[in-house]
Design a protein around this ligand. Sequence first.
Ligand SMILES: C[S@@+](CC[C@H](N)C(=O)[O-])C[C@H]1O[C@@H](n2cnc3c(N)ncnc32)[C@H](O)[C@@H]1O
Length: 303
Amino acid sequence: MANSFENSMNDVNVISEDLDLLHIEVDTDLTENRPDRENAVCSKNVLRKQRHWERQLTAKKSKRKKERQRRKLNREQSDGDADRPQHTKRVLKAITKERLAEAQSTGPRLCVDLSMTDCMSDKEISRLSGQLRRLYGSNKKASRPFHLFLTDLREDSRLYRECVRMNDGFLNYAMDLMEESCLDLFPSVTIVYLTPDAEQALQSVDPGKVYVLGGLVDESIQKKLSLGRASELSVLTARLPIEEYMIKKNNPKNFHSKILAINQVFDILLTFCDTGSWTEAFRLWFPLGKGYTVDPNTSKSQS
Ligand SMILES: C[S@@+](CC[C@H](N)C(=O)[O-])C[C@H]1O[C@@H](n2cnc3c(N)ncnc32)[C@H](O)[C@@H]1O
């Protein structure tokens, strides 16, 4: 009797090893005493949720792909690649380096205020470091770059570590990494804090001013943080002139937002400085999914 029990246990072990080798997992749920109907409902729910996530993921991926293609096209258009002499990579690198060095002494000045990162989650920190990488990438490609400052950036902060980890060559970026705040570096009367909640619309970019972007991401929509920060610093504020040059676009979710990521605001500023046209800047860079489109009436009067 004991022998036949031992034999059957051996058989079970051998079968289990075989299944392991075949990478077949035995569903432990089946061994539980759950009624079949409950199991079926449960797995139906799981499947439905899985399908829902898969659909969302696919939609997100295709939206990102479209946005990437649009950005690439915009860059090619604004570069006017076809008319430019073709340079080798080494020459292009040298030209970019020279242009950035010049911007650091004569370019328009822009700070990213990183004093608010303590209240951000790790995911938000990682997204912010990606946005800083894109912002710097746009400045490198610009024909007239800005002099960039990252202010309130402490070496022992999560953001600093994430930027060093994720952004290749971060410590060699041609921008000033400062522990001080923008107010320690520039007279308060020269500072214009850009915030979507400002009353005044930005009319133009004044080379005598210092523009500040709030280093925030809108993952956990915290309203009016940058407006609050600006009033704490007692500096002027301005918003992008979205309502002056754009109109709402119909969309199935009736979604309309004027809050952009820092790199998106920066792309708009760069193109405005280059062309002097808000219409052109919004047409090229205003994200498609925000529910706005350039107002055809203002665009006629601008061109
Ligand atoms: C994602 S937004 C942060 C929005 C956040 N809820 C806040 O408190 O402002 C990041 C930064 O981009 C800039 N920004 C975004 N949209 C803007 C707009 N429409 N006009 C001016 N600045 C804008 C601001 O500097 C803002 O602090």
